[in-house]
Design a binder for this molecule. Sequence first.
Ligand code: DX5
Ligand code: ZN
Length: 218
Amino acid sequence: MNILAPSILAADFKNLGKQLSEIAENGAEYVHIDVMDGLFVPSISFGMPVIKSIRPASDKVFDVHLMIEEPIRYIKEFKESGADIITIHYEACKDVRATLQAIKDAGLKTGLSIKPKTDVTVVKEFLPLCDMNLLMSVEPGFGGQKFIDGSLERAAQLKAIIDESGLPVDLEIDGGITLDNVSDVLAAGVNVIVAGSAVFKEPAGNTEKFMKILNSRP
Ligand code: DX5
Ligand code: ZN
């Protein structure tokens, strides 16, 4: 099954509750939540209190993407705020294995993300600890950027690595996804689609349009 994960970084924060209801009504199963610390990435977004306050407004899966240094420090706090999946960055952890294990031990699903210039093969040894891999198709830090050329090939390579392992690991992509490139991304083997600007900054109805494309493929 293909899943849409709208990124609330692009949402209208004064209407967040309403926007969460709209995306859920139109078929989005995940809510993608981008946490930035101003160190791992240049920008600062939001953290635990915001997640906690929107948790009652949605019964969908909270897919929390931590763009922070040493996320192992905050696993407990993000769990208590309402995260269902915690995705960490390979490049942000001294001990990737221990960080994934801490997420698992907290009873949450694990995601491992790599930036556009990181070799896709680095994830291989961690796959037994992963529920999901997240391939960044823009440099993390800001919404509204352009999909980086070469990301489709990287997605296909990562999908092949996952398939080779025989493990049930989802493949998510994040950055610059639009109604025009989402079919190619699905064809490359991605099954969890993050979209920020293309969902929240476009005229109403885009969630539905994304879902039509996602549901038309296996
Ligand atoms: C970028 C974030 C993305 C971003 C996606 O660092 O991880 O989730 O919000 O936004 P769009 O879809 O606008 O590229
Ligand atoms: Zn993200």
